[in-house]
Design a protein around this ligand. Structure first.
Ligand code: MG
Length: 462
């Protein structure tokens, strides 16, 4: 039973008490606040908002409440129905809408849902804008339009085929080259919308598709976060089917993890690394990812004589940094590929199409391609503290102790040394510190994590 209102939207569990969960009343309040925010930027203009949702069980219920609320606020609605996060973003751009609402709780379990809010460019609202929406949600002086001025539903059309065509039309996607390889691909889409979209994309690329958990019924077949421990089934099927690779996406299809032909993981962190390698081989320009992403992207970028920049965690921060540094490819290490040539949003469809073009061009197996890249190993941990502990002070102490190393403090504290890096971040919602480390061996990454956990405990007197 949780409702998290943050600058990046509202997220909560379905059912229960108002204000404590994502109930119909909370959905209405937040939708009105978002409408007021978009209206404040568009004086008196009649607004058009795109609404899309992933396949989670509560999606239809949340969608109908949002749609009705928007109409009641005098806003016209373009409802794209079951759609991915990147697809809904592209629908905002394509339909020249004033904004968009994506109904998805991404990789969170089935009892969760959320509203992700987009601007007129199909990009997430930034922190200042998100704050304005939160403030507007506290006000109740809204005057609704009369019957002559309520909104109307402009269309209820599936946008996924258009999004697929837009991806395939990209210059760096070579459909014929991929078709010639006749890849056999196993897809695990945890029974969300990726189960429809990814097989459709792959078939247009001439692939033979083996579908695993591809019914968009919202009954997640396993923990929906595409991490190795959740992906045992696909590994077995790839080997049994003699497939070339496996493709795994999260419920809203902005994260992409790849699996090798022998059932081992290509590594979620290496999705972006390989795609960037391909894009940089064809396009001059820089790269960008967040501070918690693998160093491998920086290594690959430097090999092309380009420069790499790191941003604070969060897609909106990565996008801002990409624009600032002129990045031609970027994203998040957790399988999020952002290719500005199409749009500024993490897009697993773009990731699949670019990756397969590259794999076809290289003419090698997945395991062989993976060997091209420096091997780094990550350890992702968290330490639970008591609410009385001043987490900021703990991080400041660590920063001071390691002042002789390369320290970045734009988002928590990141310490970069030659043999390893460690990134310590506090959670905005719980009294915990996340401790991400990366080194050249798993032992070293785990050892560094343990060292910092012990140090934090010592500072806190635990
Ligand atoms: Mg997601």
């Amino acid at each position: 039973m949780t409702l998290i209102k943050s600058i990046s939207g509202i997220r909560g569990t379905i059912g229960g008490e108002v204000g404590e969960n994502l109930t119909p009343i909370d959905i209405v309040k937040f939708t009105i606040a978002y409408t007021r925010f978009i209206a404040s930027k568009n004086d008196a203009k009649r607004l058009r908002i795109v609404v899309g949702r992933d396949a989670r069980i509560s999606g239809e219920m949340v969608n109908d409440i949002i749609e009705g609320t928007l109409l009641g606020c005098g806003v016209d609605v373009i409802n794209v129905g079951l759609c991915t996060t990147p697809g809904t973003e592209m629908a905002v751009i394509t339909h020249k809408a004033d904004g968009g609402i994506i109904i998805t709780a991404s990789h969170n379990p089935k009892q969760w849902n959320a509203l992700k809010l987009l601007n007129e460019k199909g990009e997430f609202l930034n922190a200042a804008e998100g704050k304005q929406v939160l403030e507007l949600a506290e006000q109740e002086d809204f005057l609704f339009p009369d019957v002559e001025n309520i909104g109307k539903v402009i269309s209820r059309e599936d946008f996924n085929p258009t999004h697929i065509d837009q991806v395939l039309a990209l210059n760096l996607v070579d459909v014929e080259k991929v078709k010639a390889r006749k890849f056999k691909v196993v897809v695990d889409a945890v029974n969300s919308i990726g189960g429809v979209v990814i097989p459709a994309l792959l078939r247009k690329l001439g692939c033979e598709v083996v579908e695993l958990n591809c019914e968009p019924n919202g009954l997640f077949a396993h923990n929906p976060e595409p991490l190795p421990q959740n992906l045992t089934e696909i590994s077995e099927v790839i080997v049994k089917e003699g497939a070339d690779l496996g493709v795994v996406v999260d419920p809203d299809v902005d994260r992409l993890a790849l699996v090798n032909e022998d059932g081992t993981m290509f590594g979620e962190e290496y999705t972006l690394v390989a795609v960037a390698d391909y894009v940089l081989s064809r396009t001059k320009g820089n790269t960008c990812s967040n501070l918690s992403s693998s160093r491998a992207l920086c290594d690959v970028t430097m090999a092309y004589g380009a420069s790499y920049a790191a941003s604070a965690v969060g897609e909106v921060n990565v996008v801002a940094k990409m624009k600032e540094t002129g990045a031609v490819i970027g994203g998040e290490g957790n399988g999020g590929v952002i290719y500005p040539e199409l749009h500024y949003g993490r897009d697993a469809l773009v990731g699949v199409a670019l990756f397969l073009t590259y794999l076809a061009e290289m003419g090698c197996k997945m395991t062989e391609l993976r060997l091209r890249y420096p091997a780094y190993f990550a350890s992702k941990n968290k330490i639970e503290l008591t609410p009385a502990i001043d987490v900021d002070k703990v991080l400041a102490t660590i920063k001071e102790r390691y002042a002789h190393e390369r320290v970045t403090d734009i988002d928590g504290v990141k310490i970069d040394t030659l043999p390893y890096w460690v990134h310590l971040r506090k959670s905005n919602t719980e009294p915990i510190i996340r401790i991400y480390t990366e080194a050249k061996s798993q032992e070293k990454a785990d050892e560094v994590a343990e060292k910092f956990i012990a140090e934090i405990k010592e500072i806190c007197g635990l």
